[in-house]
Design a protein around this ligand. Structure first.
Ligand code: GDP
Ligand code: MG
Length: 437
């Protein structure tokens, strides 16, 4: 899938110490290929990689960042921008607020109508009315009633009436008379764009003047989704897009392209058949999802904030001169702690949260380590080699730990110093590596 392909693309950068024109170009060629494979429009993919390239060239690589991570961040930011940048809400003005659903048959309009009604009822304290305007299939009206029953929302329908404009208008009257403050109009779709469907939805749209016209699209339809979006937008000038079936093995292409082609925000996503499977669309989270990197970006950002470059340089010198001691170790622990608690940090490392699902992580995993170091004398901290059996016993007693714990820390410290010496990198980078970043 797209994430794997992008992973491969970023892999090219591993091992390169600096972002150069050549390795950026190579990587971005792979990124572009990955986007094209995910059904992103050719021109969009091309413009996209061109923008990222411009930003990447000439950027200083921060001491705490791997060049690959910096590029990941640039790609993520650009993806976020491509999908709309900010979160777009639903316009709930008007009394009642009228919301019109449009889209092809099978895109998920009826299901989403129910999800939205449920969302507005439970999260926004609204009293919604669902309206069945799909007059072609008797089963469609029935389907909306089943949905309404599930979520405890009234459904307005006129099974004998074959005029969706009338049904919608009557429903709004009914809503006004009965204190409903949101009217969600579910409509009929066809399997493909055709004139009859477009005429009908245009007539309903004109007659009821909705505050929100939403275009519902199946995210698994790839490039077709973009063409359909364009056709509906030309007729309806809709306000937002609903991307359904994002729970399947779907490609990210539709989400990436739609915003740039019709210039309308994606407002919600559907992630399952159940009524609760609705999410507000967050462009940034979607970008992260596409890149398959968990929350690694925020982790990198936090590391960037917390690791003082000056501190890192000092540390590097000490390591080079073999002067890295327990005080420095303590400083590093404090740096890591500033980034958040261990549970959160582990959750941000891709793969790690899954791998460590069943491992109990102490809220303050460093408590014992800090206690032990605090029980050492300044001399012991700067020259750990002098810590003998007798000293170990004293330190254990002073810190309320066991000698084995002191031994374990000494061993960890020893390994860490060796590793740091080997990598000769600044502290931040080492920590990132230790954490699997
Ligand atoms: P409509 O013809 O546009 O009204 O589409 P429906 O609401 O009837 O949905 C068509 C099919 O897609 C149904 O089987 C739904 O259960 C299913 N569906 C709708 N939304 C989602 C979703 O977000 N995820 C999954 N997995 N299935 C969905
Ligand atoms: Mg339907």
């Amino acid at each position: 899938n797209l994430s794997d392909k992008l992973d491969k693309a970023f892999h090219i950068l591993k091992g390169h110490g600096k972002i150069t024109e050549v390795n950026v170009a190579d990587t971005l060629k792979e990124v572009r290929r990955a986007l094209l494979d995910a059904d992103v429009n050719f021109k969009i993919a091309k413009d996209f990689t061109a923008r990222v390239k411009d930003k990447a060239i000439g950027q200083d690589v921060l001491t705490t960042l791997q060049p690959g991570q910096l590029l990941v961040k640039l790609v993520k930011d650009e993806l976020t921008e491509l999908m709309g940048g900010d979160v777009a809400g639903v316009n709930l003005s008007g009394n009642p607020t009228v919301i019109l659903m449009s889209g092809l048959q099978g895109s998920g309009k009826t299901t989403f109508s129910g999800k939205l009604a449920n969302f507005l009822k439970t999260k926004k304290n609204k009293k919604p009315l669902l309206v069945a305007c799909d007059i072609y299939r008797p089963a469609a009206i029935n389907q909306l009633h089943v949905v309404g029953d599930q979520i405890g929302v009234e459904v307005y329908s006129e099974p004998e009436n074959k005029n969706p404009v009338e049904i919608a208008q009557n429903a709004i009257k009914h809503a006004k008379a009965n204190g409903f403050n949101v009217v969600i109009v579910d409509t009929a779709g066809r399997l493909a764009v055709d004139q009859e469907m477009m005429d009908e939805i245009a007539r309903v749209h004109k007659a009821i003047q909705p505050q929100e016209t939403l275009f519902v699209v199946d995210s698994m339809t790839g490039q077709d989704a973009v063409n359909t979006a364009k056709a509906f937008n030309d007729i309806l000038n809709f306000d937002g897009v609903i991307l359904t079936k994002l729970d399947g093995d779907t490609r990210g292409g539709a989400a990436l392209s739609i915003k740039s082609i019709v210039n309308k925000p994606i407002k919600f996503v559907g992630t399952g058949e159940k009524m609760e499977a609705i999410d507000v669309f967050y462009p940034e989270r979607m970008a992260e999802r596409i890149l398959g990197m968990g929350d690694v970006v925020s982790l990198v950002e936090r590391a960037q904030e917390q690791f003082d470059e000056e501190e890192a340089r000092k540390l590097q010198k000490k390591i080079a001169k073999n002067e890295f001691g327990f005080d420095d170790f303590l400083t590093q622990i404090q740096q890591v702690k500033k980034m958040g608690n261990m549970k959160d940090l582990v959750g941000m490392i891709p793969g790690a949260s899954k791998a460590m699902k069943d491992v109990e992580i102490e809220d303050d995993a460093f408590k014992h380590i800090e206690a032990i170091i605090h029980s050492m004398t300044p001399g012991e901290r700067s020259k750990p080699a002098i810590i003998d059996v007798k000293r170990k016993a004293r330190i254990a007693k002073g810190s309320g730990t066991k000698v084995e714990q002191v031994n374990q820390l000494m061993k960890q410290f020893d390994q860490m110093s060796k590793m740091m010496k080997m990598m000769q990198g600044p502290g931040g980078k080492n920590l990132m590596k230790m954490m699997g970043g």
